[in-house]
Design a protein around this ligand. Structure first.
Ligand code: 6PG
Length: 480
């Protein structure tokens, strides 16, 4: 029996994608470094579809129909290169290697270029949705050549999540574009989770809402314009009781957030392409601060809040909870706006013609940041190019939404600062909004200072050209 696709790397994501492919009618050749995993998969789920068991990469390749499609589901980094090196001598021109892991896009670009020179297609595919999504329909973001998409796209579209009949899979752009878009998805995911955390902290610290009560609040919020997968699972995590102590599980989990790197890459890349993704970067830094456990132990004992502990307790009731909801929504919009802006900047840098409408459409189902909001975002970009908003917040629906949230957003950021509750993304996203909104920024002073100490020059508001003041001379101005 020849197989339509081979999957190598049968840890949970690889195994679930292989099962998803088989359940959708494709014959799937299976390979894993240790055949025991292949056998375990076949034993538990062999009935779900047509599988071909192989023990070596040579056997895997020999079992495939042409063009051969080999999906790598191995750990990002050097393991990907190792498998590619082993595979390439076994493949022919026109065959396709697919990397479905969270690889760094620059590595995908490098691999794509070197394999292209040998006539082999290399497709970096962003896959989101965790284990469950991989099995039942993830959001899929494929890069690579358009030609390779013709041979691969229909398969991926068949196994992808479905949003009202539309698959959450479409060709994103050449070389590393798919992995780039997945990376930014993860950056937004970091921000999304951080703003949920800030809302939780504020409601607990200032409104005294315990986790179980907050589970109800988030459940209610999930019926509003905040409706999303992450809000939904927040209720579930908050209402979970620890089996050992009976306390809320969230109170026995160590408050140090880990990261595998995609959020950090997003922030680094944003700095490189000059895109101010403040909400995403602050979320990465918030995880870093949380992980400085030793330092935090010392500072907690020493740093004061500077707050008058005897002042009457403020009344943070239901109105405050509604304010927090609005602050959360507005900050979330900023995170999405920044992520999408970053995609435009990266598209220019790397030569990808990224279609934001399509990107938003792929995130509507299957992925971790799936949210009702994404359908509205998609529609905002579903207009002729001349009418497309230059920034998501300029889309009419979102300008109105922000206006509606603004007073609450400001009250919440002020309350957080007043009471010493860190809310870095609520605060920085409001600052981003105000930064875009203000007619004059103090950057003019920055320019003056740069010119003073380094003759870096400046532009004037009333004339074309570049100017310099002779600071150490007669302080007259000259054209630079
Ligand atoms: C997804 C997830 C998935 C994973 C990330 C985040 O879209 O399915 O983003 O890719 O959870 O690796 O991991 P960290 O939080 O550890 O960076």
């Amino acid at each position: 029996m020849t197989a339509d696709i081979g999957v190598t790397g049968l840890a949970v994501m690889g195994a679930n994608l292989a099962r998803n492919l088989a359940r959708n009618g494709f014959t799937v050749a299976l390979h894993n470094r240790s055949a025991a995993k292949t056998d375990a998969l076949l034993q538990a789920h062999g009935e779900e579809g047509a599988f071909v068991r192989t023990e070596t990469l040579t056997e895997l390749v020999e079992s495939l129909d042409r063009p051969r499609r080999v999906l790598l589901m191995v750990k990002a980094g050097s393991p990907v290169d190792a498998v590619i090196d082993e595979l390439v001598p076994l493949l022919d021109e026109g065959d396709i290697i697919i990397d479905g892991g969270n690889s760094f896009f620059e590595e995908t670009r490098r691999r794509e270029q070197s394999l292209r020179e040998r006539g082999i297609h290399f497709v970096g595919v962003g896959v989101s949705g965790g284990e469950e999504g991989a099995l039942n329909g993830p959001s899929i973001m494929p890069g690579g050549s358009e030609e390779s998409y013709a041979a691969l796209g229909p398969m991926l579209e068949r196994i992808a999540a479905d949003f009202h009949g539309e698959p959450c899979c479409a060709w994103i752009g050449t070389d590393g574009a798919g992995h780039y878009v997945k990376m930014v998805h993860n950056g937004i995911e970091y921000a999304d989770m951080q703003v949920i955390g800030e809302a939780y902290d504020l409601m607990r610290s200032l409104a005294g809402l315990e986790p179980a009560a907050q589970a109800e609040v988030f459940r209610e919020w999930n019926t509003t314009d905040l409706a999303s997968y992450l809000i939904e699972i927040t209720s579930e995590v908050l209402e979970q009781e620890d089996e050992i102590t009976g306390r809320p599980l969230v109170d026995v989990i160590v408050d140090a957030a880990g990261q595998k790197g995609t959020g950090r890459w997003t922030a680094i890349s944003a700095l490189e392409v000059g895109s101010p993704v403040t909400a995403i970067a602050e979320s990465v830094f918030a995880r870093s601060i949380s992980s400085q456990e030793d330092l935090r132990r010392r500072t907690t004992a020493v740093f004061s809040s500077g707050i008058d502990e005897h002042a009457p307790a403020p009344d943070y009731g239901p109105d405050f909870v509604e304010d927090v909801r609005k602050a959360l929504y507005a900050s979330k919009l900023v995170a999405y706006a920044q992520g999408l802006d970053m995609l435009v900047a990266a598209g220019e840098e790397y030569g990808w013609d990224l279609d934001l409408r399509s990107v938003a459409s792929l995130w509507r189902a299957g992925c971790i940041i799936r949210a009702d909001l994404l359908d509205t975002i998609m529609k905002a970009f579903e207009v002729p190019a001349s009418r497309r908003p230059a920034n998501l917040l300029l889309a009419e629906d979102f300008t109105e939404a922000i206006n509606e949230c603004l007073p609450a957003w400001r009250r919440v950021v002020a309350a957080a600062a007043t009471h010493g509750v860190p809310a870095p993304v609520f605060g920085s996203s409001l600052a981003y909004y105000d930064g875009l909104r203000r007619e004059r920024l103090p950057a003019s002073l920055t320019q003056g200072l740069r010119d003073y100490f380094g003759a870096h020059t400046y532009r004037r508001v009333d004339q074309e050209g570049t100017f310099h003041t002779l600071w150490s001379g007669d302080r007259g101005e000259v054209e630079a």
